[in-house]
Design a protein around this ligand. Structure first.
Ligand code: SOE
Length: 377
């Protein structure tokens, strides 16, 4: 099988999910390319070596530019913090490499626009790791909507609730906590969590026309891990918005890291003329489905267990009834990417799709700042 040499930039949480996906994909999916974990790149040499040994990378590098320029590398996978995405992606595209980038694409739409220009000019395959699209239950929701089973859609409701930043003692910045540093992350839960909800929403229900948002920073100052000083917090801790989709449906979105008791409660509900759908990341292998066409006395919410061979991606896994989980969503994305990349194409969500999400998150932050309904660019 033809090889695809991977240069991975970053070795945090996302470096692990992506490495795992590259390692496992050919065990479960018949794909035309065999990924090879060629180089892991991180600034700390010892830790890069330890990561390479654990995950099976052939070599390490401490300067991402060398990986991007290396003739041995076919695809650059960006799993480093948000403030590095733009520069690495543009350099990778200019060097003719395929580019896979963690979400959000840029820290804002201006950065993402430059990234889209770079990959489209270079004509290189690209994708953004909005992995929740590839939870089989969510992919099935997309199929049901596209088949017209819901009819006209009236409502979309999404939440992404966490509780890990409630302590005032938690510092900001540095490894593990860069998501709290606005200069690195670009924004708080808007770019980190709502971006997931928006990506899935626009995939399922089309573009968003306008938004009205409110954000809050509950803890105004935190010690910064890099400076050692107490510094103002620039991220949004919570972000809520109302939206109108291009198809006329109305939506509410909410993301927070202050919902005590909730760790990663991503839920979405869609109400259509004929049917409704509900999905919950904490119960990710189930899709709740209500069909008004059912016989009256038997009508009710069905809890579909998405483990059967005719459910999306599931024929590649175990036998009906046996579940898969979070890490498989990344394996599905790699599988789809390898299929497309063999023909020189990228896979959705592409950089252009990632930019569309960033236009919405920019509009959310702008609306919260101006306290006004804001059109999405
Ligand atoms: C934040 O805690 C986070 O890890 C996000 O950065 C991920 O994108 C999300 O999938 C889970 O939560």
């Amino acid at each position: 099988m033809k090889k695809l040499n991977v240069g991975m930039i970053g070795y945090g949480f996302m470096g692990r999910t992506h490495s795992n996906a590259f390692r496992k994909v050919t065990n479960f999916f018949d794909v035309p390319l065999q990924p090879v974990l060629k180089t892991i790149c991180a600034r700390n040499e010892d830790r890069a070596k330890a990561f390479a040994a654990k995950w099976g990378y052939e070599g390490i590098e401490t300067d991402w530019r060398k990986v991007v320029e290396s003739p041995d590398i076919d695809v650059i996978d960006i799993a480093s913090p948000n403030d590095t995405h733009r520069e690495i992606a543009i350099a990778a595209a200019k060097a003719g490499k395929m580019v896979m980038c963690e979400k959000p694409l840029g820290r804002n739409a201006a950065e993402s626009e430059e990234m889209v220009d770079a990959v489209e000019k270079a004509g290189v395959a690209n994708t953004v790791w909005y992995n929740y699209r590839r939870v089989p239950a969510v992919t099935l929701a997309k199929q049901l909507i596209d088949e017209g089973r819901l009819g006209r859609i009236f409502h979309y409701r999404a939440k992404f609730l966490q509780d890990w930043t409630i302590s005032t003692e938690l510092p900001q910045g540095g490894e593990g906590l860069w998501r709290l540093d606005v200069n690195v992350a670009g924004s708080g839960v808007t770019g980190d969590l709502l971006a997931h909800c928006i990506d899935t929403a626009m995939w399922l229900n089309g573009g968003i026309e306008e938004v009205s948002a409110v954000t809050e920073t509950f803890i105004k100052e935190r010690k910064h891990n890099l400076s050692g000083k107490v510094e103002p917090v620039g991220i949004d801790d919570a972000s809520l918005f109302l939206a109108r989709f291009n198809n006329g449906s109305l939506a509410t979105f909410e993301a927070t890291r202050y919902a005590r008791g909730h760790k990663a409660l991503y839920t979405l509900e869609i109400n259509g003329e004929h049917a409704s759908i509900f999905w919950d990341l904490h119960d990710l292998h189930r899709l709740q489905y209500f069909d008004h066409k059912d016989e009256g006395k038997l009508r009710g919410w069905r809890s579909l267990h998405i483990t059967d061979g005719d459910h999306p991606y599931m024929k590649n896994w175990w036998v009906p009834g046996l579940q898969i989980g979070y890490e498989h969503t990344f394996i599905h994305q790699v599988a789809d990417f390898l299929q497309a990349a063999a023909g020189g194409k990228g896979v959705a969500p592409t950089f252009r799709d990632g930019l569309a999400t960033d236009h919405v998150t920019d509009a959310v932050l702008e609306s919260a700042r101006t306290r006004a309904w804001t059109k999405v660019k």
